[in-house]
Design a protein. Structure first.
Length: 275
């Protein structure tokens, strides 16, 4: 977020690692965890929605084909925007608060919840949902590629329940799925971050998505749409490797125990195999 929204005329950070070092040096290690409250509150519900909707949509579509995997993932991505957009708005605002300050001189927001409450009091529901359209445009195809890549990777690697290397294979498949999903719509993530950060400090720069794209490209060129990509990919692999592997192994275990015989696991590969 810091890399995506920084002023190109007076940049604070030269790149991912310089940003990382600067935050620790200027704001202590706790600076790296600014805005963590928002994901902690929202990610549980987001993952529940994503995997639940994807699994049910895939069943409703009938056949497990690559196209249906993409459509089911896209449906899941679209629905979770309802939670994702306000969550990322609070995260973005909290991460930009007190940039470069070891001790905040003045806090606009005490925490993520306080941030959302104050935005709501000032701007109403429209303020809470700032960046919703750009989030929707980013998340819908992104989650389609997310589940499609995971399905293709696990099939290609031959992930079987009795395979002694099934966990590393699932971790690798999940990590690659995360990378592909972010690469597929990353430019829109830059726009979303800029729109959600717009207005911090009382100055509004953009009138909407197209205006943000036009001004960003005009001022910084095409490279603006790749700002922060390195740090995003470094985060995406381990996060999504852990997410997919955990969900898949848990559903495999539950199915083997016949505790949830009616539950067809969404992310698990639907193919003639023990998995």
């Amino acid at each position: 977020v810091r890399l995506q929204v920084q002023n190109v005329e007076k940049p604070l950070y030269r790149g991912t690692f310089h940003c990382f070092q600067s935050i620790i040096k200027q704001e202590s290690a706790f600076g790296l965890y600014k805005g963590i409250g928002s994901p902690m509150m929202g990610l549980t519900f987001i993952n529940a929605l994503v995997f639940g909707v994807q699994g049910n949509t895939l069943r409703a579509l009938g056949k497990d084909t690559p196209l249906n995997q993409f459509l089911a993932g896209s449906a899941a991505g679209a629905i979770q925007c309802v939670i994702c957009c306000p969550m990322e708005l609070a995260k973005t605002r909290m991460q930009l608060q007190g940039t470069g300050e070891y001790k905040l001189k003045s806090k606009n927001y005490k925490n993520s919840l306080d941030c959302l409450i104050k935005i709501y009091q000032k701007e109403g529901l429209r303020g809470i949902n700032r960046g919703m359209v750009s989030t929707f445009i980013r998340e819908t195809p992104s989650f389609g590629f997310y589940f499609l890549t995971y399905d293709c990777m696990t099939r290609y690697l031959g992930c079987e329940a009795e395979d002694s290397y099934v966990i590393p294979k699932l971790l690798f498949s999940g990590g690659m799925s995360g990378i592909v999903s972010w690469l597929s719509t990353y430019p829109m993530d830059v726009i979303k971050s800029r729109l959600q950060a717009d207005g911090v400090g009382g100055v509004t720069q953009y009138n909407g998505i197209l205006d943000c794209i036009r001004k960003s490209y005009h001022e910084e060129g095409w490279r603006v749409f790749t700002r922060g990509l390195t740090s995003t990919l470094l985060r995406a692999f381990p996060v999504n490797a852990a997410t997919f592997a955990t969900v898949t192994v848990f559903l495999m275990y539950m199915k083997s125990e016949d505790n949830l015989p009616e539950c067809e696991p969404g992310p698990v590969i639907h193919q003639p195999s023990s998995l």
